[in-house]
Design a binder for this molecule. Sequence first.
Ligand code: ADP
Ligand code: MG
Length: 339
Amino acid sequence: MSDVIQLLPDHVANQIAAGEVVQRPASVIKELLENAIDAKAEQIQVVIKDAGKTLVQVVDDGVGMSLTDARMSFERHATSKIKAAEDLFSLKTKGFRGEALASIAAIAHVELKTRPEDEEVGTSIKIEGSEIISQDACVAPKGTSISVKNLFYNIPARRNFLKSDNVETRHIIDEFQRVALAHPQISFSLFHNGSELFQLPKTNHRQRITNIFGGKTNEKLVPVEEDTDILKISGFVGKPEFAKKSRGEQFFFVNDRYIKSPYLNHAVNAAFEGLLKEKTYPSYFLFLQVDPKSIDINIHPTKTEIKFDDEHALYAMLRSAIKHSLGQFNVAPVLDFER
Ligand code: ADP
Ligand code: MG
């Protein structure tokens, strides 16, 4: 029989990969925000139109890209963040797969403008369906601006699958808040159809939480701190009486990355045992720092799940740190009473 196997053309491979990385406009926001943070931005602006379906733009004041890097950034598996397999065990950056820009450029109309600090002119590139349409020198501020227009323009099934503007905007706000919570030292803004949704100045974790969730949040927060050889915890849990009927305000960050972890969530609930009314959920904003060697974040392309080497130890430490904080907090009413 004759041979039938062929290598897929790049733009087809990119489009397939895009299916995993980009589910909706919010996924684009997440990838672009992470790139801006990896580029050491201090100020990041997000602009969206029509819930991101027409436009997602992220503007940063980070290190920018040289002309060659600007072209390379759209190649698949092209990254400045790792060089060898062993680098996967000491990751300090959000990105490392070198897939996001290639994927996004395969399924949208993308415009990149970028300039590193030490160059006078910047580079502007337009790319559509993985094909570079134009490349020019341009005037640009230091940093990078990436506009992603008409997401899924060439995959009608995906485009039709997008939800209402309200739902897609909610997803965008969720991603934006997760990233903003993890990086209070960076200022962020978010504009939708010309109106400002968030304007978050540089600050600390406590104030960033309050800026996002409203002024009253501050008085609900109980600090949680722990520092051991394998785990550093900082952050806050909400006082039990403010527990909500939904799970909206529950956040874990590991090494400044938002993650989902039913297992660690269970540890928090265990610490709250006996303190909560039925069917209510405590708020928490917990920032864990662990040795990058002790986790594997490569188990899913969107990197919201990670694998810990020693899950049981983390569980026990987290539970006991929260119990301790809640215990200290519970002492207060007794003292009041004695006075
Ligand atoms: P990854 O982030 O996994 O490396 P991406 O496809 O997201 O892959 O980006 C490819 C490369 O493009 C990055 O490694 C980085 O060198 C460069 N890059 C992307 N976004 C920016 C940005 N906002 N500022 C500076 N460089 C960027
Ligand atoms: Mg990236």
